[in-house]
Design a binder for this molecule. Structure first.
Ligand code: CTP
Ligand code: MG
Length: 396
């Protein structure tokens, strides 16, 4: 069995999408990845594909190096031609000595191709028959005259929109391209049309309309919207606090009062657990720190119960449009024992943050007798907060 290869044509200038300083459309970013990367990576990830032959423009070697995924399947790029057809032909010739049995041809400008489409196209190739992924035409179609007036309504029942990757027996499509090249017919807009021109059969393989080609600036905009709509905007923050232990009768930890022969010294109730969680949440929001919101020297916070601080951070999250997904805190102390109070602490934090208890975690560890915690001079806490923002944003 010969190999399965794909040619990715990326040598166009993307004139309809508009040339910008960022290069032609296939090198523009959708979300955090370029159009070219997304298109190529779908083939890198498909186990049935053995070789990937990129075809690029001579001006784009630098952009290509920035965009290409890291994979041993990817061959050195070759340069394309004036028309898409000539670019494909250059890619086909580059594969000549590589024992290719089936070849797919894909537009670098189609970043949303799925693994399922790639596999079904490959499976639909037969001798003399090539495979064309396509979706049915949904809108009513009008043909217009030179002045822009409707001349006729074209029945859409048997009309399909052609996509890529289109699949062929390698030898057959290479000789079809050779024949058209010799005949000087260089402007076929896809390879199924080249195959048709030499009498091959073209089989339609249904493919989602989402496998769209970026053609206009609007396509680029919508592609970004689509990616950001599905990309979770998750942020985390960490927090740390420590307070000294002094003579007393109880400590406040994670909103719970625990009888003890010492207490935590501080301006407020010195609840290191809630302070660490508050700072973690402010961190996730990029909203500075607890000392900035509640200056320690400020008399109004003297002896304050620390749930006030956490409630404030929770309000900050709400007004920033962030949803709290998880709060995790670790208390670091030799005593008191935290285990017996853990569930109540989780419930209390969940109540203050107005989230479910299973989104709160309270852990504890001793410091193995080491350092100030080991000598029971103080208690420390660290925390992590995870928040989710509603999807938003654009590349530009
Ligand atoms: N293509 C190519 N070589 C060409 C022309 C096009 O490799 N001489 C590639 C494009 O890079 C793109 C695919 O063929 O991935 C589909 O072509 P199209 O959408 O027309 O892209 P462009 O030709 O770049 O865009 P435009 O026609 O708007 O200039
Ligand atoms: Mg073009």
């Amino acid at each position: 069995m010969g190999k399965n290869a794909v040619i990715i044509v990326a040598a166009g200038r993307g004139e309809r999408a508009g040339i910008t300083g960022k290069g032609p459309k296939q090198y523009r970013k959708i979300g955090s990845e370029s159009v070219f990367f997304r298109a190529a990576n779908a083939f890198v990830r498909n186990k049935k594909i053995d070789l990937i032959q990129p075809v690029i423009h001579s001006d784009d070697h630098g952009r290509y190096l920035d965009a290409v995924p890291d994979s041993e399947k990817i061959l050195a790029p070759v340069e394309g031609g004036q028309t898409r057809q000539q670019s494909v032909f250059a890619g086909l010739r580059a594969l000549e000595k590589l024992q290719v049995e089936n070849v797919l041809v894909h537009d670098a400008a189609r970043p949303f191709v799925t693994g399922a489409t790639i596999t079904t196209v490959l499976d639909a190739i037969d001798p003399g028959t090539c495979a064309l992924p396509a979706h049915a035409q949904g809108d009513t179609l009008k043909r217009v005259d030179d002045a822009g007036y409707v001349e006729a309504t074209v029945p859409r029942e048997r009309l399909f929109c052609a996509q890529t990757p289109q699949g062929f027996r390698y030898d057959e499509i290479l000789s079809a391209h050779r024949e058209m090249d010799r005949a000087g017919r260089l402007d076929f807009s896809d390879d199924a049309a080249v195959a048709e021109a030499v009498g091959m059969k073209v089989r339609i393989v249904p493919s989602p309309a989402g496998n769209l080609k970026i053609t206009t600036p609007e396509d680029l905009f919508m592609a970004n919207e689509r990616v950001f709509a599905t990309l979770p905007d998750i942020r985390t923050g960490n927090g740390y606090d420590v307070h000294a232990l002094v003579d007393g009768e109880s400590v406040w930890l994670c909103g719970i009062e625990i009888p003890f022969d010492r207490k935590l010294a501080g301006h407020s109730d010195a609840d290191v657990g809630l302070h660490a969680v508050t700072d973690a949440l402010l961190g996730a929001l990029g909203a500075r720190d607890i000392g900035d919101h509640f200056p320690p020297g400020d008399e109004q916070w003297r002896n304050t119960a620390s749930d006030v601080f956490l409630r404030h951070a929770v309000q900050q999250a709400a007004s920033a449009g962030a949803t709290i997904r998880h709060l995790d805190v670790t208390l670091i102390c030799e005593a008191p024992r935290i285990g017996p109070h853990r569930e109540r602490m989780r419930e209390r934090i969940a109540e203050i943050a107005a989230i479910e208890k299973d989104r709160v975690s309270v852990k504890a560890t001793t410091n193995e007798g080491l350092g100030f915690v080991g000598r029971q001079e103080g208690i420390a806490a660290i925390a992590t907060a995870t928040v989710a923002y509603a999807p938003s944003g654009q590349e530009d």
